[in-house]
Design a protein around this ligand. Structure first.
Ligand SMILES: Cc1ncc(COP(=O)(O)O)c(C=O)c1O
Length: 451
């Protein structure tokens, strides 16, 4: 049996893949990605496509970043591991934490806790938020608020603030004291409101009402993605997040920006919070921080939280952390990835190429009635696929499978979630790549609609 035949024979036979039904994976096995180069991936049968998913919103530098690979290899030679628990540290960890204070100076992030991924970062931020209130003597402040449709990962903490039932129901009961408020999405909302500013005001009022209903003095933090990602890519209306953060601040509530996707350039600005003009108290990072070359994450800690802990007695001890917090290889990967991200000036590039890609999708939508809405910013974009534009009825799962397959055959790997096609390519793609993705999608929609 050749290697490829072996892989086909065993594909999804012994693995339970995340975010999929195991039987469905056996019946319709996942693509076996064998190589990556630049912005392309190639499957084990040699079919090469543009990776329009960018791994999972994270391979921002593409697959061939020599400086990152070299930094990882060198760090493995020098010191493959050192604990960051009390008593020891390591050089890349010290350097990375200092570097991040410069990246996040406008947001006022002064300290960093390190993790091994996005769910970890959200978990740590929730823990620190609760501990903050104990440190400052308001022990009733334990609850969390979040947006419906938000995605924050799969730890019990993260799942509890997730705003999509798919990630919640199978694992309930979740963390008590987590409450969700609607996000202003003009295309579909229970108010029948299509004006973004009027909808934003309605949602803000509902948030205010929820805070008063719960009792502001019981709420620890509001956690939000500056641009919602995995839930389907939703950009808040102008000024909305500023109003949300100001409202929380008036009620004393901490704000946590989950920048796991939006951090380091994907939105077209360096950080989603900066794009939205907000300065949160805590910020969660992962994905692009190492451009996916090493599983890694971080939590940024702003002055209010920092000072409370620094001035506290024993209650300010951080009894939260992982064996791999501050992993030297991860820190070395992050240092190299961030230096490359800066050198290539990827945020403005994401804005520029993202605008080309979005315009391409909009012109595709003009001739393709299955596209109900194109949305997003920078290089996080989505298309809402509908069977009927007037009723906005979603297409069925078979349509999305044909779209995925047809687009792949035509040269681009995309991601689908329900009736939404999601695009999050590496930030190094150029305008020509963007138009190739549009071309592949055109073929994909043709195939999807032909059945
Ligand atoms: C905004 C956001 N937060 C948290 C997570 C969880 O990250 P991870 O899958 O690395 O645990 C994700 C993952 O996609 C995410 O998009």
């Amino acid at each position: 049996m050749s290697d490829s035949d072996f892989l086909d024979a065993h594909n999804a036979r012994h693995v339970w893949h995340p975010m999929a039904h195991p039987r469905e994976m056996e019946q319709s096995p996942p693509r076996i990605i064998a190589r990556g180069e630049g912005v392309h991936v190639e499957d084990h049968r040699g079919h090469r496509v543009i990776d329009a998913v960018g791994g999972l919103w994270n391979v921002n530098l593409g697959y061939s970043s020599e400086p990152v690979k070299r930094a990882i290899a060198e760090q493995l030679e020098t010191l493959p591991y050192a604990s960051a628990f009390r008593g020891t540290t390591n050089a890349p960890l010290i350097e990375l934490s200092e570097t991040l204070t410069h990246w996040l100076e406008p947001e006022g992030m002064r300290r960093f806790a390190f993790t091994a991924g996005g769910s970890d970062s959200v978990e740590v931020s929730l823990r620190l938020a609760r501990q903050y209130w104990k440190v400052v003597g308001q022990k009733d402040r334990t609850k969390f608020l979040a947006f419906r449709k938000g995605y924050h990962g799969t730890h019990f903490g993260a799942a509890s603030v997730n705003g999509n039932d798919r990630f919640r129901r199978p694992y309930e009961p979740l963390l008590p004291g987590c409450f969700h408020v609607p996000f202003p999405w003009t295309y579909r909302n229970p108010f029948g409101e299509s004006d973004p500013q009027r909808l934003a005001t309605l949602c803000l009022n509902l948030l205010d009402e929820e805070i008063r209903f719960q009792g502001a003095d019981t709420i620890a933090a509001f956690v939000f993605e500056p641009v919602l990602g995995a839930g389907g890519v939703f950009v808040p209306p102008e000024g909305f997040l500023r109003d949300v953060v100001a409202l929380c601040r008036r009620h004393g509530i901490l704000t946590i920006a989950d920048e796991v996707i939006t951090g380091f350039g994907r939105t077209g600005e360096w950080f989603g919070s900066r794009l939205m003009g907000v300065r949160p108290d805590l910020m969660c990072f992962a994905k692009a921080i190492t451009s996916a070359y090493f599983p890694f994450g971080a939590v940024g800690i702003g002055e209010r939280v920092e000072q409370a802990f620094m001035q506290a007695d024993g209650s300010g001890g951080i009894y939260s952390g992982y064996t791999y917090s501050g992993h030297p290889v991860g820190c070395a990967a992050a240092l190299a990835a961030l230096a490359e991200t800066r050198r290539l000036d990827l945020a403005p590039r994401a804005a520029r190429v993202g605008a080309v890609l979005k315009a391409g999708l909009e012109s595709l939508a003009a001739s393709c009635p299955s596209i109900g809405e194109v949305r997003g910013t920078g290089l996080m974009l989505a298309m809402e696929c509908v069977a009927d534009r007037d009723t906005k009825a979603p297409v069925d799962a078979a349509f999305m499978t044909r779209l995925l397959d047809g687009t792949y055959e035509a040269g681009a790997l995309i991601r689908t979630s329900g009736n939404v096609a999601i695009l999050s390519p590496p930030l190094i793609i150029d305008e020509a790549d963007a138009m190739r993705i549009v071309g592949a999608l055109e073929a994909g929609f043709a195939k999807a609609r032909a059945a």
